[in-house]
Design a protein around this ligand. Structure first.
Ligand code: FEO
Ligand code: CA
Ligand code: CA
Ligand code: CA
Length: 509
């Protein structure tokens, strides 16, 4: 039981100073290896690792037998989007071949990895596969077969795969975030915007299980989903809509988790209630057309009803949320649940509309510590800026002691004062209790233009898998590369990649 682990609030490293170097800078005593870079062939049929690695899921190879191997696993890697300069090479008009290359470079990779002789390597496995923009995916839940999705029950592909979550029954939830640009970029390819923007469940252990879009969790710019199981067995997922002045959501399943019935668990996310957070009065407001009159009465600027069914409500969850008093916040990125206290932490990355360039991390506690509660109390945990040393918090991950590890994403803010105190994007450690609670300590700094994403540990805490996303992204041309990070030997083109970081002491009781 994670709640019984004693806190250890001292960072296990000497913080590193700010730098703009084109390197992954780590504290003394830590080292990394490049693992599963973009373009590496890894499936039995010759598919390649996709581009712009984001969320990483760690599924111990023996998980379904109750094990938790720290040296052998299926990793899932989200590939959020492509940079046309590097994928296909054509930055102007896209040819059909380029569109095809882009569609095959996004989505998710499922990759078997094993640690042998102190080094991690990708190993052949029948379960190694790509889910991309062309994969058949089933729509489930209230929006399946309805007008907003043009009657579809099966759709093509998963795109905008940003962060995600893992379920206790061993599946990946990949979150479709920035899905809007593709209608134009992939014009003529059959791409359908309303088929994207959902949470998609994938079983890494069973390639024959058709991936499922969980429409009951709403359609918006899904950043991630933090999954937990409430005391009564219902599955709860916290989610953010990463857009300026958008909301935080909670999904509560109808059915209950049964550790002995995986087949039933694989249906749990089909059916449940979706709520939006009102931070004004600390309440969760139900987004259900039949049970919330406000949704029936909501009217647009033209005086017409906004929604006529639950499918309408879920397909435009953002408008539904605002219609019932959901609180617009400063771009909710990652959400994670504290393993000891059960508090829910939310990274609000920034909001240039409000002059909030540095962002903050907030936390809330559900009434009576019940994740299915409809009221909560919230407070600010840490505020970005020159004083605290970090800006634009994005992905979060806890260690079992309750320390929070956070990576930053300052990529969207253009010219602003951040670079002066922040350098390249970085990873920070925060104790959540004790005298240094909320104080940021810099663990790692990424290469030029890169964002570090998807941090996840092996269960023993000895390896940290981290994705290095979009190194050299702002390069004008292949002749003027801003980064050479993880370039293939003999070349200078930077590659998005995972790194496996070693040097951690591992978890100790
Ligand atoms: Fe893809 Fe909100 O980050
Ligand atoms: Ca993010
Ligand atoms: Ca996370
Ligand atoms: Ca971000």
């Amino acid at each position: 039981d994670a709640r019984k682990v004693k806190p250890q609030t001292v960072a296990p490293f000497r913080p590193v100073p700010v730098t703009g170097a084109d390197a992954l800078t780590l504290p003394a005593g830590y080292r990394y290896q490049v693992l599963a870079p973009w373009g590496e062939k890894f499936t039995n049929d010759g598919r390649e690792i996709g581009f712009n690695h984001d969320y990483v899921g760690y599924f111990p190879i023996d998980m379904l037998q109750g094990g938790q191997s720290s040296t052998d696993a299926l990793l899932t890697i989200n590939h959020e989007y492509v940079n046309a300069l590097f994928v296909g090479g054509n930055t102007k008009e896209r040819t059909p071949a380029q569109v095809r290359a882009e569609m095959e470079a996004v989505g998710v990779s499922v990759v078997r990895v094993r640690k042998e002789g102190g080094a991690w390597k990708v190993v052949p496995d029948a379960r190694n596969r790509r889910i991309d923009a062309l994969t058949d995916i089933e729509l489930t839940g209230p929006v399946r077969g309805t007008a907003p999705v043009k009657g579809a029950t099966m759709v093509k592909g998963s795109v905008g795969n940003c962060s995600g979550g893992q379920t206790p029954w061993g599946t990946l939830l990949t979150c479709e975030e920035n899905v809007d640009g593709y209608t134009k970029a992939w014009a003529g390819s059959g791409y359908e915007a309303m088929h994207q923007g959902w949470v998609t469940e994938i079983d890494p252990f069973d390639p024959a299980w058709t991936p499922k879009k969980r429409t009951g969790m709403g359609r918006f710019r899904h950043e991630n989903v933090a999954i937990t199981v409430a005391a009564d067995g219902r599955v709860v997922g916290y989610m953010g809509d990463d857009m300026q002045d958008a909301c935080v959501y909670k999904f509560v399943s109808r059915g209950r988790y049964n550790p002995a019935d995986r087949a039933a668990n694989l249906k749990l996310l089909e059916d449940g209630d979706l709520y939006v957070a009102n931070f004004g009065n600390g309440s969760w407001v139900l987004l259900d057309y039949d049970r919330n009159k406000k949704l029936q009465e909501a009217k647009g600027a033209d005086g017409k009803a906004l929604f006529a069914s639950q499918a309408d409500v879920l397909a435009d969850a953002r408008a539904s949320a605002l219609a019932v008093g959901g609180t617009p916040v400063d771009r909710p990125e990652d959400i994670e649940i504290h393993p000891r206290t059960g508090e829910v932490y939310v990274a609000l990355t920034n909001n240039s509309k409000h002059g909030n360039y540095f962002g903050q991390i907030i936390k809330f506690r559900e009434a009576k510590d019940d994740w299915t509660a409809t009221t909560f109390l919230w407070e600010v945990f840490a505020v970005g800026g020159p004083q605290s040393g970090f800006a634009s918090p994005d992905n979060l991950v806890f260690d079992p002691y309750g320390n929070l590890w956070m990576v930053t994403d300052n990529s969207d803010l253009g010219s602003n004062p951040i670079k002066d105190f922040h350098g390249n994007n970085a990873m920070f450690f925060f104790a959540t209790e004790g005298p240094n609670a909320g104080k940021a300590q810099r663990f790692a700094i990424g290469p030029v233009d890169a964002e570090m994403t998807g941090p996840v540990w092996s269960p023993d805490g000895k390896t940290l898998f981290l994705a290095i996303q979009h190194p050299g992204e702002d390069s004008e041309s292949l002749d003027k590369l801003r980064s050479n990070f993880a370039a293939k030997p003999g070349t200078n083109v930077p590659r998005p990649t995972l790194v496996a970081i070693e040097g951690f002491p591992g978890w100790k009781a």
